[in-house]
Design a protein around this ligand. Sequence first.
Ligand code: P1T
Length: 391
Amino acid sequence: MAREPRPSHSGQDSWGFATRALHIGQGPDPATGAVVQPIHLATTFAQQGVGQHKGFEYSRSGNPTRAALEECLAGLEDAKHSLAFASGLAAETTLLLLLSPGDHVVYMEDVYGGTFRLFDKVLKRYGLTFSAVDAGDVDAVERSITPATRLVWLESPTNPLLRVVDIDAVSEVAHSHGAMVCVDNTFATPYLQQPLRLGADLVVHSSTKYIGGHSDVVGGAIMTNNDELEKQLRFNQNAVGAVPSPFDCWLLLRGIKTLALRVERQSLNATEVAAALEKNKAVKRVHYPGLASHPGRAVASRQMRMFGGMVSFEVDDEATALRTLGRLKLFALAESLGAVESLAEHPSRMTHASMPVSERKRAGVGDGLIRLSVGVEDVADLIADLESALA
Ligand code: P1T
């Protein structure tokens, strides 16, 4: 049984999501009244006397445009703190620097291939250890926790199979063993799911995706309600320099204004696309949390507002998948996701190619799998495109 959601920290409980997205960190500029945030390109800020300044010293440590974005991002997740990064992986790397050699991480076996690569090819060399688990099974998570486990790393829905994890239940188990929980909320977006309110300690985003929403900016974010974690994260970010440019922060602020509208439409379109694919004879299986056939539907209904814009489906084999991708006209064959235009890709050859075949197999990422990022086009056109490519 799910518990009551944890309290909001944005201080704007009375505002709905779309209002927070437009008004937190986005108000008129106090200096000029401009209704759009200015872009502060300055790399350094004059001090009245040594150590006497208006909150900014040097742009790696802090920048007014980034601060506005961070305030807005915190508001989106109802979080006390947010930090903006140069990319999703920059955010993930900085977050994992909270750990020390010998620490153990349990992670959902079906994660973005680049996240797996960061764990497997980079951080293992610095003495961290990792165990993959099907986090859809809460008992399996508990069985993988050891006395050295400091962190449980989740995605929900996962990339690319849209598996669903009960964030509340896994957080309870992890906390009972003294481990923190981080949720990569990129696929769900803060509009659909707020992991901190479900018990997670940290949220990470690739804001390159839905938060930016227009395939024109790479970025990342971390949110937390924990003051001590925030202090360490800010120290680590400044120490390693994983910061976004002011212009990228501004583009993200611009994208966020329509996040709720876009994700609403993408979720509605994806629901129709998934239903059409399920009826198509060339399709063996459709993965979408909103389908009655999806094993995670009940949990997703409880922890998400809608089911999101990502859909995956399986065709007979790799040759059929590649042929289908080659025939699509509206869906661009491209990595990435979450933007207004629809994209399609082949996870085993593209986004998850950095996972060894054995890991892909274990996670269930087959060669006949196609992943769709459903955009905001007219859904009838998207379905017609898929049907003619599958014919
Ligand atoms: O690309 P970057 O902004 O560094 O974000 C990495 C990342 C982190 N988490 C998830 C769930 C992701 O999907 C990604 C990036 N993913 C793709 C590029 C993709 O096509 O799946």
